[in-house]
Design a protein around this ligand. Structure first.
Ligand code: ZN
Length: 278
């Protein structure tokens, strides 16, 4: 073998080693990217205190088997399968520590969606739904605005005590009797849905809301964004709360449509789901 042939052979070997190294590096990069994607996809979600009774309506089937459902997104980019059925009322108060734990899940509602600068926060899970709803109403020429979303237990205590005073002034009732009467209109701290961050009053907390175009729009469109009218007139014997046309609760899009189709209030629906689960 001449010196020239030897040099050429060495060059070929060097090239093969170089190509081999390139290939090995490429395989390593692909493996690394695959590992990162897997880690991101399977990362556990935040523990969320409002998901205590979170449930998906499509999980309920006649043979009680849980069906895997792929997330479905609607025209507004909202997951229609996401739901939250946390039931809060006079008989089902929130845990004492909910008020403290929910704080880290609250987000500020952008001013363009609200007409109140004192109470401005909502649960982060509800944020995309409520803002998409208000944006759509405004696009339809309806001046829907969030008036009162999340309230702390302390805020609720002030509202309740003020209501008790007004009841005493107008009826002469005192003590437990006055509190009981007040509770049909203003919930006690820890028993108000406003303490969950999952609901909101719109535009005004007044029965006049029922005569507005905002109310009409909500009755026709709210379920498309996962909201239900929480306190219907005909359901007062069950909810224990007077008709509140301005108060709307997020439950999830599929669930809201299901509740309206079944003509139920949340109390009835939660019981219905429990019975179906057996
Ligand atoms: Zn309300």
């Amino acid at each position: 073998m001449t010196e020239r042939q030897l040099a050429r052979k060495k060059a070929i070997i060097r090239r093969r080693i170089f190509l081999g190294l390139c290939f090995a590096v490429l395989v390593l990069i692909i493996a690394l990217v695959a590992f990162i994607i897997k880690a991101v996809v399977s990362a556990p979600e935040d523990k969320n205190p409002s998901e205590i009774t979170s449930s998906d309506v499509s999980d309920v089937s006649s043979d009680n088997k849980v069906e895997e459902v792929e997330p479905q997104v609607n025209e507004y980019g909202l997951d229609v399968t996401f739901s939250n059925l946390l039931l809060v009322n006079g008989k089902n108060p929130l845990p004492d520590d909910y008020d403290k734990n929910v704080r880290e899940f609250l987000v500020e509602i952008d001013p363009q969606y609200r007409n109140n600068n004192y109470v401005t926060k909502i649960h982060k899970d509800v944020y995309p739904y409520i803002t998409a709803m208000v944006a759509k109403a405004q696009k339809d020429g309806v001046d829907l605005k969030v008036w009162s979303p999340f309230r702390s237990y302390a805020d609720q205590k002030v509202l309740f005590e003020n209501k008790v005073k007004r009841v005493t002034d107008s009826t002469g009732l005192t003590g437990d009797a006055a509190e009981k009467e007040a509770a049909t209109v203003v919930a006690r701290p820890g028993t108000s849905e406003h303490n969950t961050g999952l609901c909101a009053d719109f535009n005004m907390a007044s029965s006049k809301f029922a005569d507005t175009e905002m109310y009409k729009w909500m009755t026709e469109n709210a379920e498309d964004f996962g909201f239900i009218m929480r306190y219907r007139e005909d359901k007062q014997p069950i909810t224990g709360v007077i008709h509140e046309s301005w108060h709307w609760r997020f439950v999830g899009i599929n669930v809201a449509k299901d509740i309206n189709r079944l003509d139920m209030c949340l109390e009835e629906y939660v019981e219905y789901l429990e019975k179906n689960r057996g």
